[in-house]
Design a protein around this ligand. Structure first.
Ligand code: SF4
Length: 319
């Protein structure tokens, strides 16, 4: 048994063991970020549409839960692009809550569509939203995030602030720093002001640790990240901002009808991971994961790279 749109669980520092749902089916986004780990944007669009139908997602979720696997900490909507571009976002969240009422739903978003009241109403059905905002400076935004024509940073920021006033759940903001592009003092000051108004439950400042769609060499400056963290996290209260403690699925009895090779592939399509992370998240034996990865590497389907920060080996799809 394999799944087209459900992947993982993957281990997330912010969400614990998170079962992913891909609402796009391929790389569809209104941004085309230099650092995107998923790859170059294939469909660069602002158009909301049914890229994957709610029925298909519903069926796959039902199949996944029927397997009796250990429950994930979160069900996370994201995948290979911007999930808010799926016009059934709200209905899909409602469906998930019917199938798995005890599991909180998270949405990963670049925040670009929050000026749309309909999108805000739909995303407000989630329990946790993880928006990103790398810069408040238009020139940096154009260079780093490469938005679709017609997207204005000013409007995106206004949309995020309007949405923040409405949303009752948790908000984890992420800022990715690329030295030489968005590390200006002007951006730091602007983001500081934004964070004071936005009042996220958690602010993560991160860097590139893996090669991106256009930036093949990771540009990671730990000192810079720590300095920005100190400043941007200073106004953030500790309001239950930690993800639930990680529940390992190790030791669970997994049904053997699952096609593990496809499960691993589905997970790596959305996120590069180490073999240890894959084993822990999927509850598999590390040796078995390694065996499958070797086979996929031999067939030139996956490739091994090095994480610049941790110097660990991780696997990604060969593109
Ligand atoms: S990083 Fe996110 S917002 Fe940027 S191109 Fe990739 S999926 Fe889209």
């Amino acid at each position: 048994m394999s799944f087209k749109y459900i992947f993982g669980p993957v281990l997330s520092s912010r969400l614990g063991r998170s079962l992913g749902v891909d609402l796009l089916g391929k790389k569809i986004c209104d941004f085309d970020c230099l650092y995107c780990e998923v790859g170059k944007t294939e469909v660069h669009t602002l158009k909301r549409a049914v890229y994957v139908s709610r029925e298909e997602i519903f069926e796959e979720l039902q199949k996944w839960f029927a397997l009796g696997l250990p429950e994930p900490d979160f069900i996370t909507l994201g995948g290979q692009g911007e999930p808010c571009l799926n016009q059934d976002l709200g209905k899909i969240i409602q469906d998930i809550k019917r199938i798995a009422p005890r599991i909180p739903v998270a949405v990963l978003t670049n925040g670009s569509l929050m000026m749309d009241e309909q999108v805000r109403q739909e995303i407000n059905l989630a329990d946790v939203v993880l928006p990103s905002l790398d810069t408040v400076i238009e020139t940096e935004f154009q260079k780093l995030n490469r938005p679709c024509p017609g997207l204005s940073l000013k409007e995106i920021i206004a949309g995020l602030l309007a949405w923040r006033k409405e949303f009752k759940g948790k908000v984890f903001l992420e800022i990715l720093l690329v030295p030489g592009i968005n590390d200006s003092l002007e951006n730091l000051q602007g983001l500081q002001e934004f964070c004071l108004q936005f009042k996220a439950h958690r602010v993560d400042v991160v860097g590139m640790t893996r090669p991106g769609a256009y930036l093949k060499d990771c540009v990671f400056d730990e000192k810079l990240i720590n300095e920005w963290k100190k400043i941007l996290q200073s106004g953030v209260e500790s309001r239950g901002s930690r993800a639930k403690s990680r529940k390992s699925a190790a030791g669970s009895t997994y049904p053997n009808q699952l096609n593990w090779s496809e499960q691993i592939l589905a997970s790596l399509t959305r996120r590069p991971q180490t073999k240890e992370d894959l084993a822990l998240a999927l509850g598999m034996d590390e040796k078995e994961v390694k065996k499958i990865l070797n086979q996929l590497e031999g067939k030139k389907i996956v490739t091994k790279l090095y994480d610049c920060k941790s110097a660990k080996e991780f696997y990604t799809l060969k593109r």
